[in-house]
Design a protein around this ligand. Structure first.
Ligand code: ATP
Ligand code: MG
Length: 296
């Protein structure tokens, strides 16, 4: 079996200034195809299943895994695939869409906080508070709806505004980390050419038509602005306590295997154990055994 340690290879080093273009969208760690990755994926999923069981029983840590990506990069498929082996009772997936009027009447973490995973659980965010420095940065007019005291004209929102958001996000994540939440962040990095191919497939294949929305092509027109926003975000919010991983997304089979590999390794590093039984608990178990054995 192949054993890959992709953590370091795909990690955005905390403090490093990076650009999305520094990262390959088609790297595959020397693996040629889906068949070669399949065994590794299956073994990662099996390990994750065992570790999640312990995480749940231990009930001290929670794990937050978030995904950000351009449309059609494969967030949904990756989540489905990677979490396929784990107990549904121990996971929760939350998709964050355009904020509602009620959500906009609060600060941007309000809706997030309510959906964070409980202790013992793995929570998956399909999009997240990072949209606040992505779609909102590309369309600063969205800020007007947020009723912020200091934003009158979004066209004049400056660099300092985004730096402040990054600081807020880092503080939020540090707080979570210090209170027992393990945070992993994945940017699924698809190329512009591959996105076009996938859009075309969605248009041409009737069974995929539903996945296509007109706004996807509109957002594509802002590709360079999105890449700039992603570069800024990766450079400012990858930390020891909440690292970013840039996952090459042009080959779906590699992306899924890489994500599962990183999650599995992180879970494996946690000091998890099944709750220890006290002597009193053990005596009670022994008592229960005797009573069961006595039953006719
Ligand atoms: P699918 O893959 O099914 O298309 P999706 O994640 O793209 O899934 P959509 O309903 O198509 O889901 O899109 C959700 C939209 O909500 C995205 O355009 C995203 O940018 C937007 N959104 C999410 N969070 C925010 C936010 N905080 N402010 C503004 N827009 C947001
Ligand atoms: Mg969409």
């Amino acid at each position: 079996m192949i054993r890959l340690d992709l953590d370091q290879k795909l990690l955005v080093s905390p403090g490093a200034t990076v650009k999305v273009s520094d990262f390959s969208t088609e790297y595959s760690a020397g693996l040629a195809d889906k068949q070669q990755a399949a065994e590794e994926l299956a073994s990662n999923i099996e390990m994750m299943r065992m570790l999640q069981d312990k995480l749940y029983a231990h009930n001290r840590y929670s794990v937050l895994i978030l995904f950000q990506a351009m449309d059609a990069a494969g967030k949904d498929g990756t989540i489905k695939n990677v979490m396929s082996g784990v107990n549904p009772q121990g996971t929760q997936v939350v998709s964050f869409k355009t904020p509602s009027a009620e959500e906009l009447d609060h600060d941007y973490m309000w809706r997030i906080y309510k959906r964070l995973p409980e202790r013992g659980m793995i929570g998956i965010f399909n999009r997240s508070y990072y949209e606040e420095a992505l779609v909102v940065r590309v369309h600063p007019e969205f800020l007007l709806k947020q009723q912020l005291p200091d934003v009158q004209d979004p066209m004049h929102v400056d660099e300092a505004f985004w730096q402040t958001r990054f600081r807020q996000i880092n503080s939020f994540e540090r707080h979570l980390h210090e209170n027992g939440t393990v945070i992993l962040k994945f940017f699924l990095n698809v190329s512009k050419e591959e996105q076009k191919k996938r859009f075309m497939r969605r248009i041409e294949d009737p069974s995929r038509n539903w996945k296509f929305s007109k706004s996807d092509v509109e957002e594509r027109q802002h590709w360079d602005k999105y890449m700039h926003a992603y570069s800024e975000l990766l450079s400012n919010t990858s930390t020891d306590y909440a690292p970013w991983y840039v996952i090459p997304a042009d080959k779906k089979w590699f992306m899924r295997m890489a994500v599962s590999n990183i999650i599995m390794n992180k879970l494996n590093e946690l000091p998890l154990h099944y709750p220890k039984m006290s002597q009193e608990d053990l005596d009670r178990l022994e008592d229960a055994r005797k009573r069961l054995e006595k039953e006719k």
